[in-house]
Write a protein that binds this ligand. Sequence first.
Ligand code: AMP
Length: 417
Amino acid sequence: MILTINCGSSSLKYQLYTTDLSEVVAKGLIARIGEDGSYSDHKAGGRGEKVELPVPDHKTALELMLASLMHADYGVIDCPAAITAIGHRAVHGGDVFVDSVVVDDAVMAQLRACVGFAPLHNPCNIAGIEAAMRLFPGVPNIVVFDTAFHQTVPPEAHVYALPYALYAKSGIRKYGFHGTSCRYVSQATADLLNWPIEDMKMVICHLGNGVTLTAVDGGRSVDTSIGFGTFGGVPMGTRSGDFDPSIIFHLVNQLGMSLKDVETLCYHKSGLLGVSGVSNDMREVTTRAADGDERCRLAVEIFVYQIKKTIGAYAAAMNGLDALVFTAGIGENSAEIRTRICSGLGFLGVRIDEATNEVARDGYPNISAADASVATLVVPTDEERMIAMDTLRLTPDHLLTTPRGVSARGYEQARPL
Ligand code: AMP
């Protein structure tokens, strides 16, 4: 069985797949790690339970996960050795990793070297891997980096026009995020259209709490909207997106804000929340905008405008566009936002069928109008599955083919070949 682990700054999400990835056997969330009100919510088929309990750190969270997976009533495995391989999401791999890798000492050292680039996330990812190595001895760990997919972005798009030494010596460049989602969705799009990904130019709009637009040319990321940190690009729920950086000097030098305050402002008080003043949730902001709230209306206008502008820029960067793809919470669920983004992109060949757009999430992913020259799709993302797919791909063959003699309670013990 393949286990995926996604350690966020205060949460752990996990999913257990059969080794052929045909079925999700169990999944869970352990939330508010290190905070008051922490809880574990485990599901295995129709069973499982949600319990509030103290979870001081990620190590404890992984122990709870294993206890749930082996639970006397709703557990799905009898021992840790029933797990064939574990895939971990890691946020930042620096400019070293262009693909997922099997964990070894060098990989752990590189993850530690990248802590300064992702101080909230990489330490949690490292803690998760270390705990997994201890709890699942002998089971290979694979790391899937959010940054890896964007390592193909060429220098003219990833080097900032700052003194070159900052790039060469200090690693200051565009890294990009949401790469795992983008890779999954771009391949799924090519599969849906039955079109070789090598021949396609796509813009993937990952519109969730975090927002990333990515230009994918021939299956490779060639530009992406988030850069060095995670608040640049287009506006998000609470993050600002790009703005004139001289504003930061003004906030500090003229308005007396501390750099810490500015950081909080950019990451947590801006975006939809900052402009609307009411919420970071697109559902609430669009509802209030429809009811006449001017600032909510403006927040949505800004969001849509910046995305539309970026799509145009990426079509120019790729010298064409074959597919425009919407994914993640807003992209998958908001027909209104999709309509607003697409209107005015007719000059690129983007035209959507409004009736199909309304029902896209019910299994009608291709929302293009009959006369469109660009395919517009709604493709649900599945980062966990992408991690599981990479984990399976990188797991040594002998672990997949040799029956391990361990009980996985009714599920297969080795990959059916
Ligand atoms: P994600 O980060 O992908 O889980 O996306 C979360 C965001 O999706 C939420 O904050 C909401 O703003 C947005 N969302 C979810 N459902 C809808 C919907 N029906 N309409 C608009 N936005 C939605």
